[in-house]
Design a protein. Structure first.
Length: 298
């Protein structure tokens, strides 16, 4: 009998690996449905991996976690792959594969919650452009008692969603420091949290520079100033920060009081963010994001 060639072994290996996944940790033999799904997933496509992930999820089988991760890793990156990342964050935060809030029976528990893994997947989704993950992170940090983290992601979500009008409570709570900043000019804010962001931004921290830009755009704790917001976004973007690049594109593409619309400059910033697999920076998305809204509440 002829020996298999190295090329044949190379093509067969992924299929053997996938079928091997079907035997552990479960003791039951794989069903025809499982074998078919695993065989199809050898193509490395998102839909095939997602099919296996959902199959295991329906069976409350923790192998769903690995297959959601495989789906999330497929390229090119789209809103669907970031959705898989966000879903993984939810699984790890809750420690379960279903959406029920009922206590799990001991025999139904398959893995323990992991706040660290949840945060990692939420971050991955957010830095690939998921607006839902921005909201998830704001909520996650708030539950952890980290108000600085919650503020960061609440502001970023509001900038993207054009929902700065929803931040009136924050503006009211920081009105005194806003007025003090208006009179003090370049002096640090009287608000300790905002002063810390200003210090970090001045030292070159790109994330803090984005934060300071959003504070200027929203007018929270410091006077609203879109030109100043854009300056900080661009400083962060020049360092490679994807939110600095994307928000620079939004600011220039939307234009506003005190900031002239410049679509060509916006497109250049969006292209830089898109090169980092930030799917919202694809032209099919950013053109919708900069289009004038029906109503402006800012």
């Amino acid at each position: 009998m002829p020996r298999p060639t190295p090329r044949l072994l190379l093509y067969a290996l992924p299929l053997f690996t996938l079928l091997g996944c079907a035997t552990a940790p479960a003791s039951r033999p794989p069903s025809a449905t499982e074998r078919d799904a695993l065989t199809a997933a050898a193509d490395g496509q998102f839909d095939s991996a997602l099919r296996v992930a959902r199959m295991y999820q329906a069976w409350n089988d923790p192998r769903a976690l690995d297959w959601y991760a495989r789906a999330a890793a497929t390229t090119p990156r789209t809103h669907r792959s970031t959705s898989a990342e966000e879903q993984l964050g939810t699984f790890w935060e809750r420690g379960r594969l279903d959406s029920s809030d009922e206590p799990q029976k001991p025999e139904d528990v398959r893995f323990k919650p992991s706040p660290r893994k949840a945060l990692r997947w939420y971050h991955s989704a957010a830095y690939h452009g998921s607006p839902y993950a921005m909201h998830d992170l704001a909520r996650w940090y708030e539950r952890q008692g980290d108000m600085a983290g919650a503020l960061r992601w609440r502001l970023r979500s509001a900038v993207y969603m054009r929902e700065l009008y929803k931040l009136d409570a924050l503006r009211g709570a920081t009105r005194a420091s806003t007025e003090a900043a208006r009179l003090a000019g370049d002096r640090p804010s009287t608000n300790a949290a905002i002063a810390r962001i200003q210090r970090l931004a001045a030292r070159g921290d790109a994330e803090a520079q984005v934060d300071l830009g959003t504070l200027h755009e929203a007018g929270i704790g410091i006077p609203q100033d879109m030109s100043e917001a854009l300056r900080w976004y661009q400083r962060a973007g020049e360092q490679g920060n994807v939110y600095g690049q994307y928000f620079s594109g939004l600011a220039l593409g939307r234009g506003s009081k005190g900031l002239q619309k410049d679509e060509a400059a916006a497109a250049a910033w969006f292209a830089r963010a898109n090169a980092q697999e930030f799917y919202l920076a694809d032209e099919s998305y950013w053109r919708k994001a900069i289009a004038p809204p029906f109503f402006i509440f800012e």
